[in-house]
Write a protein that binds this ligand. Sequence first.
Ligand code: SAM
Ligand code: CA
Length: 221
Amino acid sequence: MANKSVGLSDPLYQYLLTNSVRESPLLAELREETSALPGAGMQITPEQGQFMALLVRLTGARRIVEIGVFTGYSALAMALALPEDGQLVACDIDPDWTAIAQRYWTRAGVANRIELRLGPALQTLDALLASGEAGHFDLAFIDADKTAYDGYYEHCLELLRPGGLILIDNVLWGGRVADATHSDPDTIAIRALNAKIRDDQRVSCSLVPIADGLMLALKHA
Ligand code: SAM
Ligand code: CA
């Protein structure tokens, strides 16, 4: 297969970081503090944060919904790219991890742009829809429990305006999506959603092999 993506050896990945990533001191500090936590591997990578911030600017997004906050890196990266009056609704269930997130959002001066909703994300998304928010969001980032990805995708499609963009993280799932020896619920859920989006005429899509794979799905009019 000559036309596949270039594989990133360690030196090449280091080159990419050194020659393209401008992680701000506060984002770097959040990465450092998070690295001491058991769940540190859940944090998005710096080049992915920068890519998502670019997508926020590229789409001119003003309202974002994020599902899966952890210690707040992805929310902070995107919120910094929002206009002053932009808003990011951040959904998570964990009060301890998101307390770290809030500390950094405040220090970065973007706490006023981020509304944390603690509770199961499907309930929060239902509540947003019930309060008349359908079609009122520009961008969604899905990065929480993988078995609920399909539900998050469907809710986000409703919340987005036509032309809105959904980002779905970990769609390559460490390679397990392409390895038939893996049939755990997370892998099955991600495989099913990838195949569904490929055939979903409601969106245009691209699976970008950055970090653990990021699916971009643009909602059609
Ligand atoms: N985007 C984050 C970042 O950049 O650091 C990483 C998110 S981490 C992979 C997944 C998060 O989803 C965890 O913080 C976890 O508490 C949260 N989560 C798991 N199940 C959830 C649910 N049902 N509703 C809301 N959040 C959930
Ligand atoms: Ca992730």
